[in-house]
Design a protein around this ligand. Structure first.
Ligand code: ADE
Length: 226
């Protein structure tokens, strides 16, 4: 899967993609990340990419022209399945949305800044608007990294069996059950006997019940979803 991320602060995106699982996914050829500096498409030699809002008010608005130029250049090379705009007033990200995006081949992620982008970009270029939660970040870059991370880790082949995404919280609509590792007893704190019983069907049943109990207590809203 190929990600083209458009940003006016591309440095912010260097680190998240150069470590651990996301780095390995790129090395294995399962994910490609291309970061594009919007200033390269600025409207003048001063690197201008934003301007005052028509009608007045505080805050700058990202201009349509640099965004159009950058997106058009990318689209001349390949077809994109989605152009995603990161914004606090987008659809709140969840595992279901992540799963759907993971089926796509080429996506553009546009990072917003300041007061956001000229509305015409949202109307005529953007196909999906995503928020990573009900709070405002200083730009869309961290949101783009969160979105790309969540997608890339579930691409088949990215995780090995021990860290399989199939048993993640949310993947079956439930939170994940508790997990334990050695030692079986530490300072009087015991691991539940059932996990050491070797009885796989019973262990699976226990895990399922724990997942339901945890979801009931922490996220009852998940149990009421379709
Ligand atoms: N940009 C600023 N805040 C954001 C948020 N909560 N989600 C996605 N992009 C954003």
């Amino acid at each position: 899967m190929r990600f083209d991320i458009i940003s006016c602060q591309p440095d912010l995106l260097d680190s998240p993609f150069s470590h651990s699982i996301l780095k390995r996914a790129q090395q294995k050829g399962l994910a490609e990340i291309h970061i594009h500096d919007l200033r390269k498409y600025a409207v003048n030699k001063h690197g201008q990419i934003d301007d005052y809002a028509f009608g007045g008010g505080a805050g700058m608005v990202m201009m349509i022209e640099p965004i159009d130029k950058c997106i058009s250049e990318l689209q001349a090379e390949r077809k994109y399945d989605a152009i995603i705009y990161m914004t606090p007033d987008g659809q709140t990200l969840n595992q279901g949305i992540v799963n759907q995006f993971s089926l796509l081949e080429n996506v553009i992620i546009l990072c917003g800044h300041y007061k956001g982008v000229d509305e015409r970009v949202r109307q005529h270029y953007v196909t999906h608007e995503i928020s990573i939660g009900d709070y405002v970040l200083s730009g869309g870059e961290l949101g783009a990294a969160v979105l790309a991370d969540a997608i890339i880790r579930i691409i088949p082949g990215v995780l090995n069996d021990e860290s399989s995404a199939l048993t993640d919280s949310f993947q079956d609509g439930l939170l994940a059950p508790p997990v334990y590792t050695r030692p079986a007893e530490y300072k009087g704190m015991q691991v539940p006997d059932i996990l050491m019983s070797g009885d796989t069907p019973k262990i699976e049943q226990w895990r399922f019940e724990q997942a339901i109990e945890r979801t009931k207590q922490r996220r009852p809203d998940l149990l009421n979803e379709e």
